[in-house]
Design a protein. Structure first.
Length: 220
């Protein structure tokens, strides 16, 4: 397994070099740094997967050098046909630019359609509540049915909230009654405890009197 730190650093370096090439700038210093990182990784590349990954990095570095040579007018890397390399890279660059334009245009159109749909829906809802006609291109019955359903659901939700509030109020009232009853029970228990204490005191007094009377009777 190759050193993950070197691999991450190499990926970051290649990404920066790619950005420079696409911007028409020279990535020479970054590619030299990438070569050094590849040399470090080559030491650790013992397994088949590691060697395959290393070859992919080397191919990417070579491709970046060829692209940089194309933009700078220098000769491409050894093993690459000059005319074929220029034609292939020019085609790739054109396709990349065309793809970027299409993607940007597609994203903008999709976003615009979403905004238009949102505006149309808001107008329909406003028309329903105000009694005006819905926006052009909208089925009146379908729009009214959909919004009526939404309004019914809102009303149902409001009813559920009201019922929940009533239930909470009942629970609070019941809780207050229970607390009051517990307070009464507490007072009753305290009274009973007081009576028990009084009874216990009276029994102790009676016991003492009985004991004294027994002693007196034995003397008599």
């Amino acid at each position: 397994k190759m050193n993950d730190v070197y691999v991450d650093e190499l990926r970051s370096t290649l990404a920066s070099a790619t950005a420079k090439v696409e911007a028409g700038e020279s990535p020479r210093a970054l590619l030299e740094e990438a070569d050094e990182l590849v040399d470090q990784l080559r030491i650790d590349a013992r397994s088949g997967d590691a060697k395959a990954q290393l070859k992919a990095f080397e191919a990417q570095i070579k491709d970046l050098r060829d692209r940089a040579a194309l933009f700078s007018g220098a000769s491409p890397a050894p093993g690459t046909s000059s005319s074929a390399g220029r034609a292939r890279l020019t085609t790739a660059r054109d396709k990349l630019a065309e793809s970027s334009q299409r993607r940007a245009s597609g994203d903008a159109k999709a976003q615009l359609k979403a905004f238009e749909a949102q505006i149309k829906d808001l107008r329909d809802r406003a028309a329903l509540f105000s009694g005006a006609s819905p926006a052009p291109g909208t089925s009146s019955s379908a729009g009214r049915a959909r919004l009526t359903t939404a309004r019914d659901k809102l009303a149902e939700s409001s009813q559920r909230i009201d019922k929940t509030r009533e239930l909470v109020s009942e629970i609070e009232d019941t809780g207050a009654d229970i607390i009051t009853e517990l307070q009464r029970n507490k007072e009753t228990i305290e009274k009973i405890n007081g009576s028990v204490k009084d009874t216990k005191g009276n029994l102790e007094k009676a016991d003492k009197i009985t004991t004294k009377m027994g002693k007196w009777y034995r003397r008599w």
